[in-house]
Design a protein around this ligand. Structure first.
Ligand code: UDP
Length: 250
């Protein structure tokens, strides 16, 4: 794993967005066929990993874990090893599409419901006409459809696999099938296709700058309350971890 800061056992990359995209460019340009698995990690998934040994293994074996969530950046500051900026799933996807548009990369979009997946792909092609969409499939599949999706990806061999199945399902899906995925880069993007399709709105820039994107999402989607209730637990645990490490140092 590259230079990182560990938060509750999860090694977060210290790279900013530009450096992260550069790593992806290098990966796609090189001849090595092994899959480069990126995880955009937020406080919720970090807490889930505390109780889920498979998720812990997935984090340990990931090639790059980016800080998706203000809580992660804050926790890194408490540790005295501040991360430079958030690298969220949706922002990373947009940056990678931009780079892919310049370089003619191919993509496979897996996840979200059929309407969202189709509309998001159309919008992406409109905005980034030089990328190749090797394939796409919605994320509500049974075992038979899943096998067809895997065969489809195996035959199309896209440069990048985008998985929008929600966290941690996307991360587990990539991990479980990585031996069958002939792609150079794969990462989960949560609800990004919903945003790109126009089904859900992203927090306006002002809210993002004020670090209140989580509050905006809660207001437009109150059903997220249960998920976001874990944020204070994450804050408490990561603060305790930082204090413990500080005590050890003095
Ligand atoms: N999803 C899916 N299949 C499932 C469950 C979820 O394709 O079985 C999709 C869902 O339609 C949505 C995304 O996964 O597009 C999850 O979005 P969510 O807002 O939960 O993700 P977050 O950004 O919070 O990680």
């Amino acid at each position: 794993m590259l230079d990182n800061v560990k938060i509750l056992g999860v090694p977060f990359s210290k790279m900013n967005m530009k450096e992260t995209v550069n790593i992806i460019v290098n990966k796609i340009d090189c001849n090595n066929q092994s899959i480069f698995n990126i995880i955009t990690g937020n406080p919720e998934i970090v807490l889930q990993a505390q109780k889920d040994s498979q998720l812990q293994t997935i984090f340990n074996e990931a090639d790059l874990i980016t800080p998706d969530g203000e809580g992660i950046v804050l926790a890194s500051k408490w540790k005295g090893q501040p991360l430079f900026e958030r690298v969220t799933g949706v922002d990373l996807l947009l940056e990678v599409l931009k780079m892919g548009n310049e370089r003619g990369w191919s993509f496979y979009f897996l996840g979200a419901d059929e309407e969202v997946n189709k509309k998001a792909t159309e919008n992406i092609l409109e905005e980034y006409p030089n990328i190749i969409v090797s394939g796409r499939h919605h994320g509500y599949f049974d075992n038979v459809q899943e096998e067809k999706i895997l065969l489809d990806i195996e035959s199309k061999r896209p440069n990048i696999l985008i998985v929008a199945l929600g966290a941690p399902r996307a991360e587990k899906w990539i991990y479980n099938y990585k031996h069958r995925l002939p792609v150079k880069v794969a990462f989960g993007v949560g609800g990004s296709l919903d945003i790109i399709s126009g089904k859900t709105a992203r927090a306006p820039q002002k809210w993002q700058q004020l670090k209140l994107e989580w509050l905006y999402r809660l207001i437009i989607q109150p059903s997220r309350l249960r998920r976001q209730m874990v944020l204070p637990i994450f804050a408490y645990k990561s603060l305790m971890e930082a204090l413990k490490e500080k005590r050890k140092r003095v």
